[in-house]
Design a protein around this ligand. Sequence first.
Ligand code: FCB
Length: 477
Amino acid sequence: MTNVTSPGEPLAFPPGFTWGAATAAYQIEGATGADGRGPSVWDTFARTPGKVRGGDTGDVACDSYHRYAQDADLLRALGLRAYRFSVSWPRVFPAGGGQLNQAGLDYYKRLLDALQERGIAPAATLFHWDLPQALQDRGGWAARDTAFRFADYAAAVAGALGDQVNRWITVNEPLVVAHNGHRIGVHAPGVADNAVAAAVTHHLLLGHGLGSAAVRAAVSGAEVGITLNLTPVRVAVSANGSAEALERARRVTDAALNGLFLEPLLSGRYPQDAPPAMLPPAELVRDGDLATIAAPLDFLGVNYYSPAHLRAGDPDNLRRGEDRPTPGVDGGVVQYQPEGMEHTPMGWLIDPDGLYELLLRLSADAPGLPLYITENGCAAEDYVNPDGQVNDLERIKFLHLHLAAAARAARDGATLAGYYVWSLLDNFEWAYGYQKRFGIVYVDFATQQRIPKASSAFFAQVARDNCVPALPAAWPV
Ligand code: FCB
């Protein structure tokens, strides 16, 4: 349907388009013991043997807690006018609630002053996965009370920083928190329990709703949204298997990956097609919850990395490149990696058409709602060459293809308002530790030296021109 991978003409973005880079607190700040910060679930998880590759932790990370001014300089040098960062809840409320830690808040004031001095507009994410451990000890997101504690925290942060921050993101990727953190246990807090994951799903959404209201009450004119990781689901129709089974599988997978969050937010209901085990049980969904969750968004944050592909197959007899489908999908369907498509070192398929389709679908489902790509980017096996440069051609190609897809989507009617690349800096990539590098700026973790990669110059040029150059007929190797 689209043709983003062929060479073409340069494509302009809409006037006033936001160009920025994104990071998250636990991934870059380090200084986990500084100025009264309390422990988060990620401190605990990273210290649990076997959970994070190589035993890496966020204790030092990029030391951005101390080097924030240098990092703001990097943004300025690239000509980026927007920065998405997250606030660490345990810096502000070391015990989750109760006594506020002014020193923790002051860090964000310093950061915001630095951004303001450089003409960089902030977008603050309130929850990018670092739940205070004290709240986890009381049940974490499985407990309804955590949604209310989140609203208190949101009110405190918005009250303190609202004169400097207008764009607010409540929660980052609730699916990943529910699924990776509570259904399969590969992220903090390391729980593997379907019922817990279903409760966490509802309480994160409720927290978003209550938190949004709190930010709006504290900051007049605030733009408030949420960031979802969204995964277009594509099917390969073939002579094998039934077309109806494949379509049913597509609907169930789409509900599990996207609808479980999109539908409550946009329509105030959980999707009918979702696997029953993923849905919060009725007794958890109290009167008024769905109305709170579905309060109109000012924008939707979209994180896009990769689509899911389905085809007919036998989940009990997987062939090369195949995987079992989402639990709840039946009828002889498997997930698979189409042959001939490239992957990043994360094993994620590179499929820019998926971004194009996603943006158009969202614009049709939520007409007029501004969309910001709040994350897109790739890991690459970056190294500093003997000339002291990081020539990350793979990332340039990835960005070029995805920016072209985004520009086409905007041209074809998607309500796309901005793009924040993931990430400004190489950082602590959760369970992968420091092995996977996503930055447009290289970080030497031994010295904390920052080296802008070749991709940062490419991205800066796109941002400056508000236009993505024509795709080359052949990629340099
Ligand atoms: C997303 C996370 C972000 C980063 C990227 C690679 O799921 O939101 O923190 O780790 O993936």
